[in-house]
Structure formats: structure tokens, C-alpha cells
Design a protein around this ligand. Structure first.
Ligand SMILES: C[S@@+](CC[C@H](N)C(=O)[O-])C[C@H]1O[C@@H](n2cnc3c(N)ncnc32)[C@H](O)[C@@H]1O
Length: 287
């Protein structure tokens, strides 16, 4: 009994000792926040300096992305938090800013509180190349061309339809869907496209039951052919991809022009085919 008692009191001392050491380490690991901190424009940052986006461009970027209260906006490299705060204040959205500099992140969070949007705008201290922002419906960036390119594979894997906006910098050979201009600056806007490349088997798109659609893709630009039964493949007319929405036209076996509108969900698609006189639904899957 005595031995057991000795053992358990020694164990308790160990646990207390360990807890004290862990608390000391965690206090060291927590960056000390200076509540009087004032950032300086052009100050160094982990991967890029801090320069704030001008107010006019902030509004135009968020307008281009058609931000609403239903959006979750992430600003990558949040600086003083102005883009995340504007998304909450002017557009009613929820927003998260990711900022590497701990003093800057705390400064931005205080700005969000002062602006009265802390219930929907949060600034987190973190690295944009580590933090998970996959839930965003809108991503804003004022970084550098090479940083945009490093982020591009992650951005392209986001949910189709996610809107991206940058201040100043492009995304290499991924052309923007829109260029945003103010009197002094410019920005770019993209919609993340669904991955549609490949062969799709379509059901209910023509009186002939065997129809295949062959799509090729470069970012949001698509093209391809549709093959009905044993007829020769025909080139898709006016193909367009916007997020998960695919549209094109083709000529059916009765020589009528048909318009196709489909929604892509991974390897499945469904939509409507029709003309001014009739409309019907159809489905498809990627082989
Ligand atoms: C050009 S400023 C843009 C600030 C703000 N987004 C705006 O447009 O007003 C870039 C910001 O990114 C921060 N930053 C740099 N590298 C970062 C990284 N790897 N992760 C998170 N933030 C970073 C910098 O500290 C700076 O505040």
C-alpha cells in the first residue's frame, strides 16, 4: 500500500512538474503581441512586403466577385485587414484574413473590432501556404506573380465556381475572366473551372441513345466534339465553361440546332437540352 502511495505521489509531482514546463514552453511559443503596434507601408513580410490595396480597388475587387452575405471571403496576406473588413462591412459577408506577422494580425483583428464586424470577420495568424482556405467562396490576394503561381495548383483544386480576385498580379497562362480597372490600379478576376476534360457518355440528349461527348480543356477554355450514334463527330458550337456550368450547341439527328446547359459534379453531369420549341433533361457520366 505504502509503495503504491509513494509511487502515486511521485507520479503526481512528475505530472505537476511536466505541466509547469509545458506552460513555460507554450508561453515562449506564443508571440508577444504589442498592442501599440503601428505598421509601416513597405515593411518586410514573410514572402511579400505590406502595401495596402487602395480603398477604390478593394470595393471594385469585391464587386467583381459579386460578394454577398452568403459568401466566405478569405484574404491571403491580410495586412491591416482592410479587404476582409470591407467584405464584412460593405457586403455583409463572413471573412477571414490570414496574416503571417503576429503583430500585424493582432492589429488587423483590432481594426475589425473597431469597425464593428468582429462577429463575422476574423484575422488569423498563419502562413498562406500552410493554412486551409478550401472553404472560401471568394479568395482575394495582393501578393506577387510568383506567389500567385505557387498558389495556383491549390486554387485550381477549389470548388468549381469559387471566385478569385487579385490586386495587380496575374496567374501566368491562366487568363483572367475579367480585368478590373480603377483610375490608378488594376486587378484580375477568375472563376475556378470544373475539370471537364475527357469522354462523357450522354443519356437522353438525342433520339439516338448512343451519344458521346469528347472535351478538351485549358483552364476555363473548352472545346470538343459530340458524336451521335455512327454519325461523324461534330465540333461543339460556342462551348463555354463557367465554374461548374457547361454550355454548348450542336445539330441533332433531325437537323435542329440544340442548346445544352449542364452542371458538372465530378464525373457526373446533368442538364437540359432544347430549342425554342422544346426542352428535356439529360444525364451523363465520364468514362
Ligand atoms: C501586399 S500586402 C497586402 C495586404 C492586404 N491583403 C491588402 O491588399 O491590403 C501582403 C501581406 O501579406 C503578408 N504576408 C507575406 N507573406 C505571407 C505568408 N506567407 N503568409 C501570410 N501572410 C503573408 C505580409 O505581411 C503583408 O501584410
Amino acid at each position: 500500500m505504502k509503495t503504491l502511495h509513494n509511487f502515486s505521489s511521485r507520479a503526481a509531482r512528475w505530472v505537476t512538474g511536466l505541466a509547469v514546463v509545458a506552460a513555460a514552453f507554450s508561453a515562449l511559443a506564443q508571440p508577444k503581441i504589442d498592442s501599440t503596434y503601428q505598421p509601416q507601408v513597405w515593411q518586410a513580410g514573410k514572402d511579400v512586403v505590406w502595401v495596402p490595396t487602395p480603398d477604390e480597388l478593394v470595393t471594385k475587387m469585391l464587386q467583381a466577385a459579386k460578394v454577398t452575405k452568403d459568401d466566405l471571403v478569405y484574404d491571403l496576406g491580410a495586412g491591416d485587414g482592410k479587404i476582409a473588413i470591407a467584405a464584412g462591412l460593405e457586403f455583409g459577408a463572413r471573412a477571414v484574413g490570414i496574416e503571417y506577422n503576429p503583430d500585424m494580425a493582432a492589429f488587423a483583428q483590432r481594426n475589425a473590432e473597431r469597425a464593428g464586424v468582429a462577429d463575422r470577420v476574423r484575422i488569423i495568424r498563419g502562413d498562406i501556404f500552410v493554412e486551409d482556405f478550401s472553404q472560401a467562396t471568394v479568395v482575394t490576394m495582393y501578393l506577387l506573380p510568383e506567389l500567385n503561381l505557387r498558389l495556383r495548383p491549390t486554387l485550381l483544386k477549389m470548388k468549381p465556381g469559387t471566385r478569385l480576385v487579385t490586386n495587380s498580379f496575374s496567374m501566368g497562362d491562366w487568363e483572367p475572366d475579367q480585368v478590373i480597372r480603377t483610375s490608378q490600379n488594376s486587378g484580375y478576376f477568375w472563376i475556378v473551372p470544373a475539370q471537364v476534360q475527357g469522354r462523357w457518355n450522354l443519356n437522353g440528349i438525342d433520339s439516338n441513345p448512343v451519344v458521346s461527348l469528347d472535351l478538351h480543356q485549358r483552364y476555363q477554355h473548352v472545346g470538343g466534339t459530340i458524336t451521335i450514334g455512327k454519325l461523324a463527330p461534330q465540333t461543339l458550337l460556342t462551348p463555354e465553361l463557367q465554374g461548374d456550368q457547361l454550355r454548348f450547341r450542336f445539330v441533332d439527328t433531325n437537323n435542329r440546332l440544340q442548346t445544352v446547359k449542364a452542371t458538372i459534379r465530378g464525373n457526373q453531369l446533368e442538364g437540359e437540352v432544347g430549342n425554342t420549341f422544346s426542352n428535356s433533361s439529360f444525364k451523363g457520366s465520364r468514362s
